[in-house]
Design a protein around this ligand. Structure first.
Ligand SMILES: N[C@@H](CCC(=O)N[C@@H](CSS)C(=O)NCC(=O)O)C(=O)O
Length: 354
């Protein structure tokens, strides 16, 4: 029996992300799922789901995104019963974990799970089912593994390994036999040597790829999207006993076997210090209000610095240099520090003139 897929491609412009809405229109309840929802556009997406008379049952991710906060957690708070899905290999939290070969059903339509690692650990592609009863032509939701005329950055995976990891490539055209991650970070002409960006450690300067601006917020939030919910009324999730379609998942390097899994290897991204613990409800940390009526302590110190002879600016400079602060607080602290430096100049030159 032929199927009738409801399909929408939705766009989030800040991170240039596509979210996909799929539903089975022939099923009486029109069960639906969203692939790679973005937190900022959840209301828009849910409004569309409502307008189309769909029953959203899954919010699924192709991988742990670094450039935006997934909408899965927010959707779950707004639509009870929705289950979040991500690959088991991603090590992120979700209600359901899929592996290559699994199928996700919405009514009579299903998506196959294929392993497409490379961009991040546990990246998967969702492919509509094979057969005349499934949408034709088939559709593959590739996440960042394959972009149109491009592909997702592979530097996230390799350059998050320890620097002494030995690198054995498939080819060499110059007589080299082996290198290390650290050596390639330093001398590979395709990678940045910008010391200011050491925190980042992975760059393709020739491709002009930069540090994703949301990574500090997105990765920890996206690793933690799970809120226990009652089982959904519609749709089924079928785990396969025969995984492995496409490529095998990467395995840790020999030295890492048996050792506790380090943070940098756990999810395919470099651990960046300075995170606070993710909200247990799975909501993104950045939704928490900053102190001082929401402006943050940094800006507060900057403002009151004018009233208190600049002393709060020095305090802010001290905090900026010595403590880990919320990334959203940084601009206020930086401006206060600049004010402290300027105030020092004025003081020193003012006194020396007298
Ligand atoms: N400037 C953007 C980040 C852009 C970026 O790095 N995109 C990733 C996918 S999201 S982590 C990527 O793989 N890009 C491939 C490419 O060829 O650009 C931002 O700051 O968000």
């Amino acid at each position: 029996m032929p199927c009738k897929l409801i399909f929408r491609q939705l766009f989030e412009k800040e991170s240039s992300t596509y979210t996909y809405l799929l539903a089975d229109s022939l099923h009486p309840d029109k069960p639906a799922l969203l692939i790679d929802p973005v937190d900022r556009t959840v209301d828009r997406d849910l409004a569309l789901v409502k307008e189309l008379g769909l029953k959203l049952i899954y919010a699924i991710n192709t991988h742990v995104h670094a450039d935006h906060v997934t909408g899965s957690g927010l959707i779950k708070t707004k639509v009870p019963g929705v289950k979040s899905i991500i690959s088991k290999a991603s090590n992120a939290k979700a209600d359901l974990f899929v592996e290559p070969g699994d199928n996700i059903y919405i009514g009579d339509i299903h998506l196959e799970v294929r392993a497409t690692p490379g961009h991040t650990l546990g990246c998967i592609t969702y492919v509509t089912g094979d057969g005349v009863d499934q949408p034709q032509p088939r559709m593959a939701f590739t996440g960042d593994a394959l972009l149109i005329r491009g592909c997702g950055r592979t530097d996230f995976q390799i350059f998050t390994l320890p620097k002494d990891t030995l690198v054995y490539p498939a080819h060499d055209y110059k007589g080299f036999t082996v290198s290390t991650v650290g050596e390639e970070m330093l001398y590979n002409p395709r990678l940045s040597k910008d010391k200011l960006l050491m925190k980042i450690t992975f760059f393709h300067t020739d491709l002009n790829l930069s540090y994703p601006k949301m990574i500090d917020i997105a990765v920890p939030s996206n690793m933690a999207v799970a809120v226990p919910v009652p089982p959904p009324e519609y749709g089924t999730f079928q785990a396969s006993s025969q995984p492995v379609m496409g490529f095998p998942q990467p395995v840790p390097p020999p030295g890492a076997m048996g050792a506790p899994t380090p943070e940098y290897y756990a999810h395919g991204y470099q651990a960046v210090p300075g995170y606070t613990a993710p909200d247990p409800e799975g909501r993104p940390e950045r939704h928490h209000r900053l102190p001082c009526c929401g402006i943050g302590l940094g800006w507060f110190l900057f403002i009151i610095g004018f009233l208190l002879a600049g002393i709060p600016w020095y305090l802010a400079a001290f905090v900026l240099l010595c403590a880990q602060i919320d990334p959203r607080e940084k601009p206020g602290y930086i401006v206060s520090t600049i004010a402290a430096v300027l105030a020092t100049f004025v003081l020193v030159f003012g006194l020396s003139k007298d």
